[in-house]
Design a protein around this ligand. Structure first.
Ligand code: FE2
Length: 374
């Protein structure tokens, strides 16, 4: 049986790149207009920014969506020759950039590149009537990049975008990005752990081995990379093929055609309200059998929430020594079985719901079997 959550917090002698937190996450998609409707009406994001033909962007169109501290950008292509079109052809809809808010873009970029990160673009300072916006980018796993952003002297989203007012999504209570998970190929986990520890100066916050996370069919191995302040948490998974059939991580890689972002976890202060609202708006979630709730009280002890209420919505609970957390996972949010979202409410627990992995994986595998990919 799984051990108690493996907490490591290994010291890292490498000086950390100063990162305040996640900024925006940019998706490259096949149809930004329609994706925008999904995140606006489905997830409750406000539409706050736009660039396209009307603003002089001839090749690409982007919508900026915001809900409390979460910002996402949906970018589509107007012709076949852009990197967006290439990306979509290769990967389907998916995350291109994980933006990180920094105080000194030049220092962060130069430190990363001098330690071996691949440059995507060097620091760019843009001044317009809204102020000064500085950004730079380096590559990470697959075709994914990290964009360093300093928007402290800028009003609005970014140069080239016009501000949109009055397109409320009627918030579903999402607050901020808790963690962003990447899937990498078999035997590549260590390479990316080294990347985040030796280049970014992050430490291993937790890890899970095959014994922790395995079902009859598939397993994965995972390490959580984090900065000291805890504002950035990036678990990385690799497939572990001990089982009879294909690992869910391998299924992702087969369909994404590369390593990439597997899920984005977003916090809420009231998961029952948030998930109820999301379900009402048509967002679909993974479900666990009712037997999960029959033994819940024994597993997690006293909790504030009504278990019947949780069961009705399919919300999972995990207890750790410092507290507990509530979480639920959406089904994939695009045609390919790749990216999905997690909604999480933390009540003292800092982990990732290890106690739920088994129930959850069985649920994922039921879906995988329905897709003929198990
Ligand atoms: Fe997660």
């Amino acid at each position: 049986m799984a051990k108690e959550a493996t907490k490591v917090k290994e010291e890292n002698p490498v000086q950390e790149i100063n990162i305040d937190g996640f900024d925006y996450v940019e998706f490259y998609v096949g149809n930004a207009l329609q994706a925008c409707y999904y995140y606006n009406r489905g997830f409750g994001f406000d539409i706050v920014g736009y660039r396209g033909l009307e603003t002089g962007s001839r090749d690409m169109v982007s919508y900026v969506l915001e809900q409390d501290h979460v910002k996402i950008v949906l970018t589509g292509s107007m012709n076949a020759s852009t990197e967006v079109a290439e990306h979509v052809k290769e990967h389907g809809d998916g995350v291109k950039s994980i933006g990180m808010r920094v105080r000194d873009v030049k220092a962060s970029y130069e430190t990363a590149v001098s330690r071996g990160a691949k440059s995507i673009y060097a620091p760019k300072v843009v001044e317009d009537e809204h102020g000064t916006y500085v950004s730079a980018a380096v590559a990470t796993y697959g075709d994914t990049i990290h964009t360093f952003i300093d928007r402290s002297n800028y009003k609005g989203f970014a140069p080239g975008f016009k501000t949109i007012l009055g397109k409320s999504g009627n918030s579903t209570g999402l607050v901020h990005i808790d963690h962003i998970v990447g899937n990498v190929e078999a035997d590549n986990l260590q390479k990316w752990v080294d990347f985040y520890s030796q280049i970014f100066g992050f430490h291993i916050f937790q890890y899970f081995d095959a014994e922790d996370i395995s079902t009859k069919y598939s397993a994965l191995v995972s390490k959580v990379m984090a900065n000291k302040s805890g504002t950035i948490k990036m678990p990385i998974n690799e497939p572990y093929e001990q089982g009879l059939r294909k690992s869910q991580i391998q299924e992702y890689i087969d369909y994404y055609n590369a390593p990439g972002v597997q899920h984005i976890a977003i916090t809420t202060r009231d998961i029952i309200k948030t998930v109820g609202e999301l379900r009402k708006r048509g967002i679909e979630f993974l479900t666990v059998p009712m037997t999960y709730y029959e033994t819940l009280k024994e597993r997690v002890g006293e909790i504030d929430e009504d278990i019947n209420e949780l069961a009705k919505l399919g919300i999972l609970v995990d207890r750790e020594s410092e507290g507990y957390l509530l979480q639920i996972f959406t089904k994939p949010v695009q045609d390919r079985p790749t990216l999905f979202f997690e909604i999480i409410q933390r009540k003292g627990a800092t982990g990732f719901g290890k106690g739920n992995f088994m129930a959850l994986f069985e649920s994922i595998e039921r879906e995988q079997a329905q897709r003929g990919n198990l």
